[in-house]
Ligand binder design. Structure first.
Ligand SMILES: Cc1cc2nc3c(=O)[nH]c(=O)nc-3n(C[C@H](O)[C@H](O)[C@H](O)COP(=O)(O)O)c2cc1C
Length: 189
């Protein structure tokens, strides 16, 4: 298969460690709604220790995430909003990755979604995550943005996204992200 026709491999990273996380549910829904030619796999940040800046061996959990990132064409974040910003677990994982060589976000396509139980859907956390991605020199997809507010009413007991408007905007976002991935691949060729 030529590079041009190879499917885009997207690594999903959920900022919530909660087992019944709405962000994880939304991430899975995004994977199902991706257009043909995109494939999602979901990484875990659960075992990543707190970054302490010591000149130590990189933990195995970070090495694994780094390898997954290097093998991916793009990253899809699903970030909860904790006290108006992204979760500490997610920021910690990004901080670890930022000290890996090669820095895996540089030149990488990134898309963001967020789900919260409040009405705003994580708009403030996304602003902060976008800013961090500028520091990482990633290419963050802009619009449509996906803010899933009042998430507790938008998924069924099995974790399936049932809200039609949210399914529509997620589908549109993933189609747009697909275009960005194509553009970046063409630029790299
Ligand atoms: C420590 C903490 C802080 C929170 N802060 C916010 C907040 O700033 N804005 C918001 O919309 N929801 C906030 N929430 C509610 C979360 O949106 C809600 O718990 C959501 O379900 C978390 O995402 P998850 O389902 O993926 O774990 C907070 C929850 C916790 C536990």
């Amino acid at each position: 298969m030529s590079t041009a026709s190879r499917p885009f491999h997207i690594l999903g990273i959920c900022g919530s460690l909660r087992r019944q996380s709405f962000n994880l549910m939304a991430l899975k829904a995004a994977g199902e709604l991706m257009p043909e030619g995109m494939q999602l796999s979901i990484a875990s940040i659960r075992d990543i220790p707190m970054f302490d800046g010591e000149p130590q061996d990189t933990p195995a959990s970070v090495k694994q995430l780094h390898a997954q990132m290097m093998a991916a064409d793009g990253v899809l974040f699903a970030s909860p909003e904790y006290n108006w910003t992204m979760s500490g677990a997610l920021k910690n994982a990004i901080d670890w990755l930022s000290r890996c060589e090669p820095q895996p976000f540089a030149g990488k396509a990134v898309a963001i979604l967020s789900a919260t139980t409040g009405p705003l859907g994580g708009a403030r956390s996304q602003n902060d995550l976008r800013k961090v991605m500028v520091a990482m020199e990633a290419y963050t997809f802009n619009r449509p943005e996906v803010f899933i507010g009042n998430a507790q009413g938008k998924f069924d007991a099995e974790g399936k996204l049932t809200d039609e408007a949210t399914r529509k905007i997620l589908t549109q976002q993933q189609a747009g992200f697909h275009k960005l991935l194509h553009t970046l691949r063409q630029g790299a060729a």
